[in-house]
Design a protein around this ligand. Sequence first.
Ligand code: ATP
Length: 259
Amino acid sequence: MLEAKNIDFNYKEKRIFNNLNIILESKIPIGLVGSNGSGKSTLLRLLCGILSPQNGEIFLYGKKINFNNVNSLLYLKKHVGYIFQNPENQIVGVTVEEDIAFGLENLGLDRNEIKKRINWALNVTDLIGLEKKDPNTLSGGQKQRLAIASMIAMQPDFILMDEPTTMLDPEGREEIYKVIKNLINIGKTIIIASHHAKDLRFVEKIIALDSGKIMFYDQRKKFYNWSENKRFNVEIPFENIVKKYTGKSLKELERNICL
Ligand SMILES: Nc1ncnc2c1ncn2[C@@H]1O[C@H](COP(=O)(O)OP(=O)(O)OP(=O)(O)O)[C@@H](O)[C@H]1O
């Protein structure tokens, strides 16, 4: 369980969160939505220790994180990974496998363990065969998958994704969906900030932020009814629109057309 308690956060004089409280349960995939500037990236960055709050605490599995203590921060970073919107911000290696090895070498792991983890991460992200490639020559989807591979090689339990498909074409997006499914299947806890209905179809719950306040935190199925006539800058899934205007599910309609 990852928890933010009584969090105050501001960038200089700009207040973003005022006494924010949130609990993320293990193995429940969550979508984080909200209009531009509502605080999604800031929240994710606080939860993984990239930013530290001016007031309040972050707890991981009940253990309070001390932002002034390197070991405490390392404990948070070991278990909570963050994927930037733009994979270019995350790629440091000269080859795909060197990029994945980078964080592992910093952890001081032995060569065998590093090799094992690289292979595992390449498998989960479907990058086998591209080990020796220069990351600069990869497609957008492959770069984003490499950023994910390098992060999951560190074996975090929570994976925070900040609009991971925004910079990708439809093909690249589909590649990321496959990886997200793999990650959920192997028991990782995914938190995905996004405006895209397709990105959110894997999540069980949705958190909706408005100006730094949590307006909704419940099952995804309830979100689209609740958010009708509200401004959350989130796409409505096609099947919801069909149901609203025809009273039938997409499957029912497809069956009728086939008959
Ligand atoms: N480093 C920074 N310094 C000052 N203000 C910042 C900084 N980063 C973000 N902000 C401001 O904080 C507010 C919240 O930003 P944040 O990026 O968390 O929102 P968001 O919901 O992720 O937005 P988007 O959907 O556009 O990515 C915005 O008004 C933004 O301009």
